[in-house]
Design a protein around this ligand. Sequence first.
Ligand code: ZN
Length: 500
Amino acid sequence: MAKFYITTPIYYVNDAPHIGHAYTTVTADAIARWHRLLGDQVLFLTGTDEHGLKVARAAERQGMDPKSWADKTSKRFLEAWELLSISNDDFIRTTEPRHYATVQRFLQAVYDNGYITKGTWTGLYCVDCEDYYTEAQLVEGNCPVHARPVEVVEEENYFFKLSLFTEQLLDWYDHHPQAVLPSSKANEAISFIRQGLQDISITRTSFKWGVPVPWDNEHVFYVWYDALINYVTAISYGVDQDNFNQWWPAVHHLIGKEILRFHCVWWPAMCMAAGIAPPGHVFVHGWLLVGGEKMAKSKLNQITPAELVEQFGVDAVRYHLLRDTPLGSDGDFSYEAMLSRYNADLANNLGNLLSRVTAVVTSKCGGVGPSPNPDSELASVTDQVLEQALGAWDNFAPYEALDVTWKLIKETNAYLEANEPWRMEPSDSLDKVMGDALEALRIVALLIFPAMPSTSVTLWRRIGLEGSPANARLPESARWGGYPGGLPIQRSEPLFPRIK
Ligand SMILES: [Zn+2]
């Protein structure tokens, strides 16, 4: 059985879950669900990042200890993912004992391999980014991301000798041209490496809220170094080598473009330094902008998944996030676009198709679905759509997979309009038309499952099928001719009532 390991970034507990987080997580979820349909053994990991000065300060402001604060805020992400039908196999928190042990084991290996030294660091630090900037990177003296003043920090730290990995990283990318996608993002990483890398400070003594450095208890690891290691904590790095080897390095990291440097420069170098292979696949998606700006805690443009789910329902939200923008590009979220997509694609195209089919089968076929015609003109459309969907999911292109699926829905509606079964008398010809439409709906149910799992199940049941589309095996199950006929059809309220 093929293995498929997919990760989201772990989300910072100080943030409240917004649709930017939902965008990444729903995308990873849909890809994970697609791979389960293919019969792969999937490991889908998400979680929360809980260390660092920002968390310690937020906890202090609330009069809480950092762990209790993290317990409270981490839960919001769990709740948001439950609301959005996220099917993660594991949820990692960086305050868990398994993670502390892994971080210490991993960085001890880097230290023992001679890639960590002591030095003095003076830096311009943005607390919100948990990141350092050079004078040249500041915008009018402020953090380029948050437009807020940075702090001058000086302390004795341990440094990771990143500078030693410049050639090794370039060589690695040379031999793994597909490791970072889209290729424009690989080029961004490579040109950053080509400028020459500097050693980076990876520990702190100025606060305690982090994983203790095993060889020097005065220090804790800087939050980014502990966070990245979550990806190997979950697959028992250093504990169960067989399990580790099953998932690594064939991992798929799905990340936003703002953390490209961490995942495509630092993290592969850390892996090399620890003596393991760099991550095999990093897919860098664009931002979901609102009114042209990135959502951030400090701005007022956050939209919560809960607000949208309340208005549109879970599957419509998932569908819109996946369908609105090709994954590598920036998207601009708007309520108006979501509403119009809902009415056009879900209420009119998909919802209407199901209503028409169940209405005609109820009134003219005695409520029993006929079997499809093996030579239907819809069969070749379906074959083509299936091939395209397979390719699209494989390329991390849910946008395209759903686009071709809607082509099948539209073709089926057009087929009904051409044949006008609602004007036909009960006959073999009527049965053929309705059997074809039911078969198309069965295949649509399978193809939309990764994006809209509960709609898929509803559709499946309404056309009389038993079990769940989740138990189907693609591509075989989605080939033309699988609808058996003779099944009771349920006529019921619209799948997606129009919203004004
Ligand atoms: Zn900042």
